[in-house]
Each structure stands twice: as C-alpha cells, then as structure tokens.
Design a protein. Structure first.
Length: 183
C-alpha cells in the first residue's frame, strides 16, 4: 500500500482514455489499494486510476464520513447500463482541480455493471451523491473532467486558472526571477 501523487490540470494525462483491465488480478488489486490510500489521504470521496497516472479503467469510491466506518467501493471496467431522464445537481469538486467547485447536472439515477475487487461481476443502482460520484469517476476514464459539463466561459476560465497556477509553480530555471509573474 502506498500513496501516489495526484495529477492536476493541465497535465495532459488527465485527458487520456483509459483501457479496460479485463480481469481484476493481484496487480489491479494492488492498484486499487494504493488508490484507496491516496484518496483517503487527500481526502476525497472518489478517485480514478488516471488521476495517479495509470490509464486503466479502475476507480474507487467511499462516501463514508469522517468517524464513520469505511465503506470502500472497488470498481473495474464499469459500464452504465441505465440512467434516469431525471437530473440532479451537485456542487462538484475534483482532486485534480484543487479548490475549484461548481454545480453540475447529471442523471439522478444510474445502474452500473462492473467487476469488483474479487473479479466478480456486480451491478449497482445508485442515486444521490453516489450516482454523481460514479459518473464523475467514469468520466475520468474517458479523459473527461467535470468542467467539461460547464459553460464554455466557465470551463475556459478554470483551465486558464490551472494553467497559470502550473506556470507559477514551475521551475525557476527556464525563466529568471526577473520575469516571475505576479499571482
Ligand atoms: O472528492 C471528491 N468530491 C466530489 C464531490 C462532488 C462530486 C464529485 C466528487 S469526486 C472528488 C474526488 C475526485 O476528484 N474524483 O475523481
Ligand atoms: Ni475527479
């Protein structure tokens, strides 16, 4: 078990399409365990493998609050097999876009088929925050971020904000201190 660094926008790996694992074997289980540790440490309620740079269709979720018993959900190769016409709105955040939050509308209910940590086929019918979180994580597997659900204006502003943050955080070497930007 290990903590792994979480990639942030504008890292292009977040836009990659992840590949199915096919079988949940020991290697995938080890990945899931690292992801869960990394997610709890962040802390977050969900994490997709690509957020730690691994382009596999694997995600973990735990909606249990601090002080409650952990209830981890381990998911590989998920597919949405039903979704409601009814939508619901949640204020979303993403560990790959730190400290940025916006309302996002998504189907209120989804039925998802997936492989669990024991490589067994499962189906889950989710509503509420779990439905939102599953869809948010599954978007990551296709290189999609929650800002892609916002207006063009909001998305552009968010991308610019993170591009600038990355520039400012970057090496002092290629750019002398005399041309450091003001925040
Ligand atoms: O920790 C997270 N919180 C959250 C809140 C509302 C909707 C989705 C999420 S997922 C996010 C963690 C994350 O970035 N997962 O990819
Ligand atoms: Ni996210």
């Amino acid at each position: 078990m290990a903590l792994r660094p979480i990639l942030c926008l504008p890292d292009p790996r977040l836009r990659a399409t992840s590949e199915n694992v096919g079988v949940v074997d020991d290697e995938v289980r080890a990945l899931m365990d690292d992801m869960l540790d990394t997610m709890y440490a962040a802390p977050g309620i969900g994490l997709a493998a690509i957020q730690i740079g691994v382009p596999k269709r694997v995600l973990v979720i735990d909606l249990a609050k601090k002080g409650e018993l952990p209830t981890p959900l381990f998911v590989a190769d998920p597919e949405i097999i039903e979704k409601s016409d009814e939508l619901s709105t949640y204020e979303e955040g993403c560990l790959s876009l730190p400290e940025y939050y916006e309302d996002v509308q998504r189907p209120a209910r989804v039925k998802v088929r997936y492989l669990d940590r024991n490589n067994e086929r499962q189906e889950i019918e989710a509503t509420g925050l779990l439905a939102t979180c599953l869809q948010h994580e599954m978007d990551h597997l296709d290189g999609k971020l929650f800002i892609d659900h916002l207006s063009r204006l909001k998305r552009d502003r968010a991308e610019k904000k993170f591009a600038k943050a990355a520039r400012l955080a970057e090496p002092l070497a290629p750019r002398g201190p005399e041309i450091r930007e003001k925040v």
